[in-house]
Design a binder for this molecule. Structure first.
Ligand code: NAD
Length: 510
C-alpha cells in the first residue's frame, strides 16, 4: 500500500487509521471519539481523582515513580512503536522520548514534595500577621498533544499532573494515537489507577470537545493556528491554559566559535527527528569570518547521514517525516527559497516513496525576507545566512513572530551570556542545541507567539495546581486600627503613622 491509498487515514466514519510513515503501511485504527465519549472520560477521571487525592503527595510520588521502572523494563518495545508510528530513529526514540519521560518521573517523584510544600510569605508592613501559599490539585487536566514527540510531550505532563494530584485526559494527535494507548497500558501495568488517566482519540473536534467537557486546566502543545483556537475556547470558558506553540530557533555563530562542535550541533539540531522539532535549528546566522568554513563542515556532515526506515535498525541517522502534508510544506519552502536565490548545498528533494522522506538539506545564500527564514519549516532543512556582526545577528534573530529556543555559538562564555540575554526567546542555549527539553528542572516554553506559560520545572508543576493563599494572625489583638468607627482623630493618627512608615527613607529606594 502506498501513501496515496492510506493518506485518508479513515476506516469508516468513526475510526482513524494509524500509518507507519516510513512504509505507508497501516498499523491499526482507533475511534474518532465524539463529545459524549469525551465527557464520559472526563467524568471517570474526575471520579478517580477523588480517590487519588486521599493519598499523600509522598504516596502519589511513590506510585508515579513505578511508571519509570515499568517503562525502562519495556523500553525496547515502546521504542519499536514510537519508531513505527512516528518515523523517528531508535536512538531518538530512546534519548528524546523514553529516557526523557523516565527521568522526569524520577525527578518529580523525588522533588515534588519540596516543590509543592507550602511557602511562607514574610509581610514587611503588617507584621502582626503572616501569610503562606499552598498548592492544591486543580481537578482534571486536559492535555492536547502534537505528533512530533507523541510520548515525551504528553507523558511528561500526564505524570506531573498525577503527582500534583489531578486526574488527566489526553487527546493525542490523530497521527500518533497508538503510542498514547500504549502509554495507558504502561500506566496500568505500573499499578496506577486505571481511570485516573484517560485517552480520548480523535481529530481536532475531539480536542475541542475536551476543552468543552468541564476540565479544569488545559495543556496544549501544537501549532500557533490551533493554539489561537484553544486559547479562545479556554477564554470563553475561563479555563486557564498553557500553550506550547511553534518555534523558529535561530543559531548565531560567532567568529570565535568552535566550528567542529558548532557544525555537529547544527546538523543534529536541524535533522534530529527529521527536523520536526519545535526547537530545531531553523535558521543559522553565521559571522562572515567563519561562514564558508562552517558551511563546508555542515555540508560534509549532512552528506554523511544515513536516512531510511528506522524501525529495524539502530544504524539510521535520519528517519521518516510523520505527516504527508508536512513534506509538501517543506518542499514548497525549499522551492520558494531556491526560486528567490538560495543555493542548495546538499539535499533539496523529496525521496521517492513509499515512505515520507525528505533529504537532509542545507541552503546557503539565504535572506531574511525568504519564507524559509521566517516560517516554521518543521522538516530537515537548515538555511544559512551570512552576517557581518553579532549585532546584526541579534537583530535578525529577534526579527520573528516566534521565540521558543535560540542558540549562540562562541568560545567566549561571557560574551555568549551577553548575547543570549538580548535574544527574545524562552530559552537560549550557549554551545548546545535542543537538550533542555530533557531537563525536567528547567522551564520549557516560549515568548511572543511561541506560547503562554511554561511546562516542566517548578513553574510547570505549580501551574498544574491551584495556588491558594492563607493569611493568619500571629498575635491576638482586640481589633485592627482601621476598622470602624472612622473619626477625624483616628484619620490624623493613621496619616502620621503612614507618613512615618511609607514616606521614610527606610521604605524608599533612593
Ligand atoms: P496542531 O496544532 O495541528 O495539532 C495539535 C493537536 O491539537 C492535535 O492533537 C490536534 O488534533 C488538536 N487540535 C486541532 N484542532 C483543534 C481544536 N480546534 N481544538 C482543540 N484541539 C485541536 O499541531 P501539530 O501539527 O500536531 O504539531 C506541530 C506543531 O506543534 C508545530 O508548530 C510545533 O512547533 C508545535 N510544537 C510545539 C512544541 C513546544 O513545546 N512549544 C512542542 C512540539 C510541537
Amino acid at each position: 500500500m502506498g501513501f496515496a491509498a492510506a493518506a485518508e487515514r479513515t476506516a469508516g466514519n468513526d475510526r482513524i487509521v494509524s500509518i507507519n510513515p516510513a512504509t505507508g503501511m497501516p498499523l491499526g485504527d482507533v475511534p474518532d471519539m465524539g463529545a459524549d465519549a469525551v465527557r464520559a472520560a472526563v467524568a471517570r477521571a474526575r471520579e478517580a481523582q477523588r480517590e487519588w487525592i486521599r493519598l499523600t503527595l509522598a504516596e502519589r510520588c511513590q506510585k508515579v515513580r513505578r511508571f519509570s521502572v515499568e517503562l525502562m523494563a519495556r523500553a525496547d518495545q515502546v521504542i519499536d512503536l514510537i519508531c513505527k508510528e512516528g518515523g523517528k530513529t531508535r536512538s531518538e526514540a530512546l534519548g528524546t522520548e523514553v529516557a526523557v519521560v523516565a527521568d522526569l518521573a524520577n525527578y518529580f517523584s523525588k522533588h515534588a514534595p519540596r516543590l509543592l510544600s507550602p511557602e511562607p510569605i514574610p509581610l514587611h508592613l503588617l507584621r502582626h500577621r503572616k501569610s503562606y501559599v499552598h498548592y492544591v490539585p486543580r481537578g482534571v487536566i486536559g492535555i492536547i498533544a502534537p505528533w512530533n514527540f507523541p510520548f515525551s510531550i504528553p507523558m511528561g505532563e500526564v505524570l506531573m499532573s498525577a503527582i500534583a494530584g489531578n486526574g488527566v485526559v489526553l487527546k493525542p494527535s490523530e497521527f500518533t494515537p497508538l503510542i498514547a494507548l500504549e502509554s495507558k497500558k504502561l500506566w496500568e501495568a505500573a499499578g496506577l489507577p486505571a481511570d485516573l488517566f484517560q485517552v480520548v482519540t480523535g481529530r481536532g473536534a475531539t480536542g475541542a470537545a475536551l476543552i468543552d467537557s468541564g476540565i479544569d486546566y488545559c495543556v496544549f502543545t501544537g501549532s500557533v493556528a490551533t493554539g489561537r483556537k484553544v486559547a479562545a475556547a479556554c477564554g470563553e470558558r475561563l479555563i486557564p491554559c498553557t500553550l506550547e506553540l511553534g518555534g523558529k530557533a535561530p543559531a548565531i555563530v560567532c567568529a570565535d566559535a568552535d566550528l567542529d562542535r558548532t557544525a555537529q550541533a547544527i546538523a543534529w539540531g536541524g535533522f534530529c527527528n527529521a527536523g520536526q522539532v519545535c526547537c530545531s535549528v531553523e535558521r543559522v546566522y553565521a559571522h562572515t569570518a567563519v561562514h564558508d568554513e562552517l558551511v563546508d563542515k555542515v555540508v560534509a556532515l549532512t552528506r554523511s547521514l544515513r536516512q531510511g526506515d528506522p524501525t529495524g535498525s539502530e544504524e539510521v541517522d535520519v528517519g521518516a517525516m510523520t505527516w504527508e502534508r508536512q513534506v509538501d510544506t517543506v518542499d514548497d519552502l525549499v522551492k520558494q527559497a531556491v526560486g528567490a536565490g538560495a543555493r542548495v548545498e546538499t539535499g533539496g528533494r523529496r525521496v521517492p516513496g513509499p515512505g515520507l522522506f525528505y533529504e537532509p538539506t542545507v541552503l546557503t545564500n539565504c535572506r531574511q525576507d525568504m519564507d524559509v527564514m521566517r516560517r516554521e519549516i518543521f522538516g530537515p532543512v537548515v538555511p544559512i545566512m551570512r552576517v557581518s556582526s553579532e549585532a546584526e545577528a541579534i537583530e535578525l534573530a529577534n526579527d520573528s513572530h516566534l521565540g521558543l529556543l535560540a542558540y549562540v555559538f562562541t568560545r567566549d562564555r561571557d560574551k555568549g551570556r551577553r548575547l543570549a540575554e538580548q535574544i527574545e526567546a524562552g530559552t537560549v542555549m550557549i554551545n548546545d542545541v535542543l537538550n533542555t527539553f530533557g531537563c525536567p528542572e528547567t522551564p520549557w516554553g516560549g515568548v511572543k507567539m511561541s506560547g503562554i506559560g511554561r511546562t516542566h520545572s517548578v513553574i510547570g508543576l505549580r501551574d498544574l495546581c491551584e495556588l491558594r493563599h492563607v493569611n493568619v494572625d500571629r498575635v491576638s489583638l482586640p481589633k485592627e486600627l482601621w476598622w470602624y468607627p472612622y473619626s477625624r482623630k483616628k484619620y490624623r493618627g493613621m496619616l502620621a503613622v503612614m507618613k512615618k512608615l511609607l514616606g521614610s527613607k527606610r521604605f524608599t529606594l533612593t
